[in-house]
Design a protein around this ligand. Structure first.
Ligand SMILES: [Zn+2]
Length: 230
């Protein structure tokens, strides 16, 4: 049942059509992180915040993750989006309110559609697919691994072509961990080992990010024990 005490509304302006609208957001008190798995997906008590991460303009359908939604777009990109968005699934569809899993996935897919048209960075797409992976996992969807594979693809692309910290936040070592751990979850152990070895030989003392380096070493031990028991 919808509990309005767990939400608040933010005022947003769409960077494409300039429409003003209100987006439902979760209060931080509405959920609590219970555990963080090896693949960096959290399990939550309360409402899963990944349901509300993508924002979609109810007028033109422009979508992006909430922290990037109001970023400025060039005139060329705006013109392109204005031309393409009327053909998209969520054009003039309002998903600013309460969401279930299916509605949230629609919103993420709309954000991917827009990112491809706008030429957004690989790291942004990686972040979208990573959130979809964790959401699918928490709802027991069979799409989990398909999203994870796409997240890997875009993290690898971002690793090769973007500067660290990725998206202003993720250290090089943390990205190496993310890729290795996702390969591990897909049971692609060779690729996981490649990234773990690469990370340890690139920065043997873990100077780039000591916390992520410790996670790399812990994951290495886990992978080793899996290989031993095979
Ligand atoms: Zn709009």
């Amino acid at each position: 049942m919808f509990d309005k005490n767990k939400f608040f509304q933010t005022d947003l302006v769409c960077p494409v059509c300039k429409a003003k609208f209100k987006q439902l957001k979760l209060k931080t008190s509405a959920f609590r992180i219970k555990t963080r798995d090896i693949d960096m997906c959290n399990t939550y008590e309360g409402i899963n915040p990944n349901l509300y991460s993508p924002v979609v303009c109810p007028e033109c359908g422009y979508a992006n993750l909430d922290h990037s939604f109001q970023n400025n777009l060039s005139d060329v990109v705006i013109t392109l989006l204005q031309k393409e968005l009327p053909k998209s699934k969520l054009y003039k569809i309002d998903v600013t309110g309460e969401r279930d899993y299916v509605r949230a996935i629609d919103a993420y897919e709309q954000a991917i559609y827009c990112a491809n048209i706008a030429g957004h960075s690989a790291s942004l797409l990686a972040g979208i697919y990573f959130r979809m992976t964790c959401l699918a996992k928490s709802f027991g969807s069979s799409d989990e691994d398909e999203y994870r594979q796409k997240a890997i693809e875009f993290y690898e692309k971002a690793y090769d072509h973007e500067e660290f910290p990725l998206g202003g936040k993720m250290s090089q070592t943390l990205v190496e961990y993310m890729i290795a751990s996702m390969y591990f979850k897909l049971n692609k152990l060779e690729q996981a080992i490649y990234w773990l070895n690469f990370s340890i030989s690139r920065d043997p003392k873990g100077l780039t990010d000591p916390k992520a380096h410790a996670m790399i070493k812990e994951l290495w031990m886990t992978v080793k024990s899996v290989i031993k028991n095979k």
